[in-house]
Ligand binder design. Structure first.
Ligand SMILES: NC(=O)c1ccc[n+]([C@@H]2O[C@H](COP(=O)([O-])OP(=O)(O)OC[C@H]3O[C@@H](n4cnc5c(N)ncnc54)[C@H](OP(=O)(O)O)[C@@H]3O)[C@@H](O)[C@H]2O)c1
Length: 345
């Protein structure tokens, strides 16, 4: 997925192009290689923070894609890390919110003018992008673009990971990395689903915030105690945290492993894990999960919960997108908690 922007100009030559040919001037093309008023965040190896805003071609939507005028984007650790290693010219960006400028040609998805949230596999950090309509959801008026920009990767990951636990009413759920972007959504959503929620955090000073968020209990430290036991663990830290979380599963419990904020290398006691019986370790990757439930479904659900005042995204930093390089560096250095959102005019 992402940007499939090859091919010829399907609309044929316009008046300017015909005039240019008649006058012997170079033909202005409207295809992929045309520079335009569109701009995007692009990797530049020589720029501080490696990210700059540059002119890029206008999006050339497929029939099932709408063109969105982007008003807010949010940053995720994975894409920022990749920007630090990617080749010059790569366009990062998963999360976006904005207004539909041109509805999809096949009639699917939101109408022109609709306020939407959406996601791409890359390249979402641009003024105008083409987004498949199964990756878009319309926003209720009450939900701001900044709030919505936090939904796609962080919100959908939390929402879809929690579904691996089945019915959560009265079940015990542990969320590790609970102060992070995914963890924040996961604690709130698990609580909303009727679970008894334990949040795991690194430091004692994070306890009050996590309680306010809805956690019934907070476990402090890198290791998860062997008791109490959990029906579902949403695990994003890896290392000792995952290794010890696996022994804290209830019979039939599931640990959803989705991140490695501390370390990808994990040692665990396999016997402690299997003698409990029917325990599962589930590898979760959002882009794969979207093959089961389209992003549009979860994005709309998150938007409705926010509009109803039941879910509150944690936007801790909101800046103009011109500050991308600094905000990306601050994110990697963990200089702020929660989600960073950048706004476009
Ligand atoms: N599989 C998928 O599809 C998928 C989707 C989204 C995210 N992810 C991954 O999931 C993880 C969490 O994402 P996120 O957006 O929530 O990240 P985030 O905002 O950076 O949050 C990271 C969380 O982990 C905690 N943490 C504990 N030990 C840590 C350590 N040694 N180093 C850094 N953080 C540590 C942080 O605690 P403090 O607040 O104390 O720093 C914070 O609560 C990341 O690894 C991300 O790449 C995977």
């Amino acid at each position: 997925m992402g940007h499939r922007r090859s091919g010829s100009n399907r609309r044929g030559l316009d008046v300017d192009a015909r005039r240019a040919i008649m006058q012997g001037a170079p033909t202005p093309s409207k295809g992929r290689n045309t520079m335009s008023s569109n701009r995007a965040i692009v990797v530049d190896l020589d720029a501080p923070g490696r990210l700059v805003i540059r002119p890029v071609p206008e999006p050339a939507p497929e029939r099932g894609e709408a063109v969105v005028r982007v008003r807010a984007i949010s940053l995720n650790r994975g894409e920022v890390r990749r920007s630090g290693m990617a080749a010059a010219g790569w366009r990062p960006g998963w999360d976006l919110a904005g207004t539909v400028e041109r509805a999809a040609a096949d009639g699917s998805g939101p109408r022109a003018g609709a306020r939407v949230v959406g996601m791409l596999n890359e390249g979402a950090w641009a003024e105008r992008v083409a987004v498949p309509t199964d990756r878009l959801a319309e926003l209720p008026d009450k939900v701001t673009f900044s709030q919505a920009a936090t939904f796609p990767v962080a919100g959908l990951t939390a929402l879809y990971a929690l579904t691996k636990g089945g019915l959560l009413l009265g079940r015990r759920v542990l969320v590790t990395g609970a102060t992070g972007g995914v963890g924040d959504f996961a604690v709130q959503l698990a609580r909303l689903a009727g679970a008894h929620v334990t949040a795991s955090a690194r430091r004692a000073d994070q306890v009050p915030t996590l309680r306010e968020l809805g956690a019934h209990e907070v476990a402090v430290g890198e290791e998860i105690p062997a008791t109490p036991k959990y029906d579902l663990v949403i695990e994003s830290v890896g290392g000792r945290t995952l290794g010890t979380a696996l022994r804290a599963l209830q019979r039939g419990g599931t640990c959803v492993a989705l991140g490695v904020s501390a370390s990808p290398e994990v040692t665990f006691d396999a016997r402690e894990f299997f003698v409990v019986g029917r325990t599962t370790l589930y590898g979760f990757y959002l882009f794969t999960e979207l093959g089961n439930v389209p992003a549009s479904v979860g994005l709309r659900r998150l938007a409705d919960l926010v509009a109803a005042g039941q879910l509150a995204p944690h936007v801790s930093l909101e800046r103009p997108w011109g500050e991308i390089a600094q905000v990306a560096q601050d994110l990697i250095a963990r200089r702020f908690p929660g989600k960073a959102v950048l706004t476009l005019d």
